[in-house]
Design a protein around this ligand. Structure first.
Ligand code: ATR
Length: 278
């Protein structure tokens, strides 16, 4: 059997094996997909051992996305280069090739939700790896404006400036600032939480009045219950709120496509995961 895995630390909670097993069944691609726990300082060794066992592809999660980026240096997709991180490694011609499917997963889920990204004004909350990874797919989806805000405002300003310097999708205006200055006259069409605040079951400290009529809030985190950010957004007048389970399935679908050349249908897989969360 062709071998794939998700590598991280911790990894026991990962739903990727379940997702890829459902995609494999759906598309009739026989494969084996495991969880790999690597020591925090032992990523390269763990990956080498996986290759020796015949491994063909890896999904990479916390804390190894930068290690994977380094491992695939010189063999990176433009998405991975712009994201500055790799979540999908493919073994081809005796070397690892790196891609990043997180942003594509987000955009495909936003479209599934029926959101209109063309011309949209988007507030992106957070300026770490998760935020950086979604800038290119959001810009290429036609957003008119992306304003990045962060608890540490200087990081948001630096991320926006480095994005502008990249020269990618110059038709999208990308700016940075503080959480306190997140309001926009008339409101945002979409507010995305890319911070790690949900890990403490908290919402970022955003001012009220963020949402335009009909606007949506999307949390990259997910859970059995609506997240703290979703509750904050609903109280602030968001017309639609969603968590990041669909993004998880979307990034997996794109990885599956890279490895197997077939696009699985994320909808039944998302429904099964949602049911399992209850
Ligand atoms: P990731 O790869 O998940 O983006 P990261 O690079 O460590 O992880 O970035 C975490 C992000 O969550 C940062 O934007 C961080 O803000 P700071 O740059 O100010 O640290 C943000 N963050 C974490 N906890 C937060 C909280 N309680 N409220 C608001 N933002 C928070």
């Amino acid at each position: 059997l062709a071998r794939y895995a998700v590598i991280g630390n911790p990894i026991a909670h990962s739903r990727s094996p379940q997702i890829h097993a459902m995609f494999a069944e759906q598309t009739g691609k026989p494969l084996r997909y495991d969880r790999l726990l690597a020591p925090v300082d032992g990523f390269a060794e763990a990956v080498a051992a996986f290759v020796a066992e015949g491994g063909l592809g890896l999904n990479v999660t916390v804390p190894f996305k930068l290690d994977a980026y380094a491992l695939a240096a010189g063999r990176l997709s433009s998405r991975a280069r712009l994201a500055g991180a790799v979540n999908t490694l493919s073994w081809r011609d005796g070397a690892w090739h790196g891609c990043n499917t997180d942003g594509v997963g987000l955009v495909s889920d936003l479209l599934r939700l029926g959101l209109r990204l063309t011309g949209a004004s988007v507030l992106l909350v957070g300026a770490g790896g998760a935020a950086r990874g979604v800038l290119q797919p959001l810009a290429e989806a036609g957003c008119a404006r992306i304003h990045i805000v962060n608890r540490t405002a200087a990081k948001a300003e630096a991320l926006a400036a480095s994005w502008r310097d990249s020269g990618v999708s110059p038709q999208t205006a990308v700016t940075g600032g503080s959480l306190a200055d997140a309001a926009l006259a008339g409101g945002w069409n979409l507010v995305i939480n890319a911070t790690a605040s949900g890990l403490q079951d908290a919402a970022p400290d955003l001012p009220p009045g963020l949402y335009a009529p009909g606007a949506a809030a999307y949390d990259m985190m997910y859970g059995a219950q609506p997240t703290a950010f979703m509750k904050q957004a609903e109280a602030d007048g968001a017309a639609l709120t969603a968590d990041g389970l669909g993004m998880l399935v979307g990034q997996a679908a794109e990885s599956f496509y890279i490895w197997h050349g077939v696009r699985p249908d994320p909808a039944p897989v998302l429904a099964a995961l949602r049911e399992a969360l209850k």
